[in-house]
Design a protein around this ligand. Structure first.
Ligand SMILES: Nc1ncnc2c1ncn2[C@@H]1O[C@H](COP(=O)(O)OP(=O)(O)OP(=O)(O)O)[C@@H](O)[C@H]1O
Ligand SMILES: [Mg+2]
Length: 313
């Protein structure tokens, strides 16, 4: 088991990272004691609207002050010049200068990232080609469509060839085709760079990432590899339906061989994740009998990652 104190092992690491907006009575804790351990690869940061994704990311890239706790990018203090140099950042709402052309913007970003003018120009050409924007290179950014803006902003984040990419909801503003193209692009980039990518769409995270952290109301509720999650949840969930689900749920939750049980809002049936499936099967008939319950259904099912997400969020 990896410990949070082994900071040298991680691309992005945080300990008790906390953000409080406002002061006094208005104070609001948007992010609470977040511990991140992001290993090389593509790591998804999933959570519903308002969960605290952008707040967390902005602290990691140094765009927002940290209230408590600490964060590091490859052992460098988040927000420091050395840490910033390691990162390519795509904000949720990139600020693009309306009157700048796409090409000028990329060169400008390259210069900001420390490239010589000639090198910035060369890289800009390469990226315009790569992102299928060569034909629009002289167009003003104010006249770019939402999808084009997203592409040029990502290209801008890549121009200084950063080792780690931090992308905040990169697929917003994109249509279905644009999304698919962007996801492929991110997967491709992930072969060479570590990527930390936020989204509120599970299916996208599932397509792109090996690891996932789920955040809700400012707190991490789950962090694991998608492979592990699937192993843990997909094969090992039971469904139970009777004429007294709520009453039985209370009893089932108390059992030491049950790790988690709840009623799914969508169908009103009980889901059970057992520590010991054999024991659960053995005991269930006894519970049904003792309560004189009418049994409609009891069997093992596959829980989708979507089910897990809904349950935990
Ligand atoms: N500048 C601010 N001042 C006060 N509260 C803020 C500020 N920015 C964000 N918040 C609050 O902090 C919480 C987290 O917001 P944040 O933007 O980090 O969420 P998010 O997960 O990125 O959401 P989304 O998916 O909508 O982008 C929200 O309740 C939001 O209203
Ligand atoms: Mg956000």
């Amino acid at each position: 088991m990896i410990q949070t104190q082994d900071v040298e092992m991680f691309e992005i690491w945080s300990k008790d990272l906390t953000k409080i907006y406002g002061k006094g009575e208005r104070a609001f804790e948007a992010v609470s004691k977040i511990n991140l351990c992001v290993e090389p690869g593509i790591h998804g940061f999933l959570g519903p609207n308002g969960a605290g994704k952008t707040t967390t990311i902005n602290m990691l890239v140094g765009a927002l002050s940290i209230t408590y706790g600490e964060a590091k990018i490859r052992e460098k203090k988040a927000g420091s010049v050395t840490a910033r140099k390691l990162i390519g950042f795509l904000p949720q709402d990139p600020v693009l200068y309306k009157n700048m052309s796409g090409e000028k913007y990329l060169i400008y970003m390259g210069r900001l990232g420390g490239l010589k003018r000639k090198e910035a120009k060369r890289k800009a050409q390469e990226l315009l080609q790569d992102f299928d924007l060569l034909g629009d290179r002289n167009k003003k950014l104010g006249k770019y469509s939402g999808g084009m803006r997203q592409k040029i902003a990502l290209a801008g984040a890549l121009i200084h060839d950063p080792e780690i990419l931090i992308l905040d909801e990169p697929t917003t503003n994109l249509d279905a085709v644009g999304r698919a193209v962007f996801i492929e692009k991110i997967k491709d980039l992930g072969k060479k760079k570590s990527i930390f990518v936020s989204s509120h769409v599970l299916s996208e995270i599932e397509q792109m990432c090996e690891d996932i952290t789920i955040i809700s109301m400012g707190k991490i509720i789950l962090t694991d590899s998608i492979k592990n999650l699937k192993k843990k949840f997909l094969e090992n969930v039971f469904i139970l339906d009777t004429n007294m689900n709520e009453k039985l749920l209370e009893q089932i939750k108390q059992k030491e061989f049950v790790s988690n049980a709840w009623i799914d809002d969508r169908d009103g049936k009980i889901r059970i994740i057992p520590k010991d499936p054999v024991k659960l099967r053995e005991t269930m008939s006894k519970i049904i009998f003792e309560n004189k319950a009418e049994l409609y259904r009891f069997d093992q099912i596959e829980l989708s990652l979507q089910d897990i997400f809904l349950k935990f969020v």
